[in-house]
Design a protein around this ligand. Structure first.
Ligand code: TLP
Length: 345
């Protein structure tokens, strides 16, 4: 029986077209700037994001870190959300490697950082405080139930940053999901960000790779940080070739993933013992809780695993399921049936 892996959209395998493109890619040494396929991918990514230049990096984590290092100097303050991936899931790299001071604001449930809280936090240059340099936003917001942040909100924060002489970085690991959900183009969401990182290796199904897009000058400096962090890859065109396939009409697949996520949510919402906020399911990520159940979260997880269904435990009784290209409607029906059986015994 095929595993139904809902732990993340990072588990997707390259498609047949990607494998073929990967095998046939024209490649060169990218550290010397001589890989034609990487250069093509970087150009295309920058055009899609409406930025001057792009840089292929091995992972979203490295892409975010490179952007923070490029924007800031040691000791600088960075404003970011308490549920953000950069703060919680990137091993503290911003402090450990960048010497940066995280200034944490509470994310609202819709993934935003409230404007009044941002305004309060941007203090004038005070002798006692780390100089505030950067605001980071995440779109979609992973641990706020995959919430997409609107272009209006992005632009408001962009304008606020500009007014106060701060830079804005966008962790757009799933920016294509946000664009799909909001029916806008990715560049509309990235317009006022000084740097944007997006991933090829999540819902877009490429095996490896993320892109940083920004001005030419920023990317020149970011390239140096990438080399220092060991992210200078050689014949990376093999990976870039798969990335170019991922960027061909990505939205139609993501739209289907979102519909399937909603189908899963509708099934779970009806299940006794499962708590789920249906109105928060807007993209491919959903969270639910096991409440008043005769089964413990650990047994629930293990029993699903025995049925070849994998989900992620994200809190004491909270789970995350992420829908992607390899999850069909039929798989979802199997998951809801299995969960119903487990909780009703
Ligand atoms: N997120 C992963 C885990 O790390 C939690 C997942 O399964 O969702 N920004 C955001 C918003 C992300 O969700 C992730 C990965 C990253 C950055 C980092 O990307 P990678 O895994 O390529 O380093």
């Amino acid at each position: 029986m095929k595993p139904i892996d809902l732990r993340s959209d990072t588990v997707t395998h390259p498609t047949a077209a990607m494998r073929q493109a990967l095998a046939e890619a024209e490649v060169g040494d990218d550290v010397f700037g001589e890989d034609p396929t990487v250069l093509r991918l970087e150009r295309q990514a920058a055009d899609i994001m409406g930025k001057e230049a792009g840089l292929l990096v091995p992972s979203g984590t490295m892409g975010n870190l490179i952007c923070l290092l490029t924007h800031c100097q040691r000791g600088d303050g960075v404003l970011l959300g308490d549920r953000s991936h950069i703060f919680n899931h990137e091993v503290g790299g911003l402090s450990a490697l960048g010497g940066l001071v995280p200034h944490i604001l509470g994310n609202a449930d819709d993934g935003t950082l409230p404007i009044d809280a941002l305004e309060r936090a941007i203090h004038p240059d005070d002798i006692h405080c780390a100089p505030m340099r950067l605001i980071c936003l995440e779109n979609t917001h992973n641990f706020c139930h995959g919430a997409p942040l609107s272009a209006d909100y992005m632009n408001t924060v962009g304008a606020l940053a500009k007014d106060h002489g701060l830079k804005l970085h966008l962790d757009g690991a799933r920016l294509f999901n946000a664009a799909t959900a909001l029916d806008v183009t990715p560049d509309e969401l990235a317009q006022t960000a000084d740097s944007v990182m997006f991933c090829l290796s999540k819902g877009l199904s490429a095996p490896v790779g993320s892109l940083v897009c920004a001005t030419e000058e920023f990317i020149r400096r970011a390239r140096k940080w990438r080399k220092m962090l060991g992210g200078g890859m050689r014949q990376a065109g093999h990976l870039a070739a798969a990335g170019l396939i991922a960027l061909k009409e990505p939205m139609s697949q993501l739209k289907m993933d979102h519909e399937n996520a909603l189908h899963l949510a509708l099934g779970l919402e009806k299940t006794p013992g499962i708590e789920l906020d249906l109105h928060r399911v807007k993209t491919n990520i959903l969270f639910f809780r096991l409440e008043h159940s005769r089964i413990s979260p650990r047994t629930f997880l293990d029993s699903l695993a025995q049925r070849n269904i994998k989900i992620l435990l994200t809190g004491p009784a909270e789970f995350r399921a992420v829908v992607h290209r390899e999850i069909t409607r039929q798989d979802i029906d199997m998951v809801t049936d299995a969960i119903l059986q487990l909780v009703t015994g």
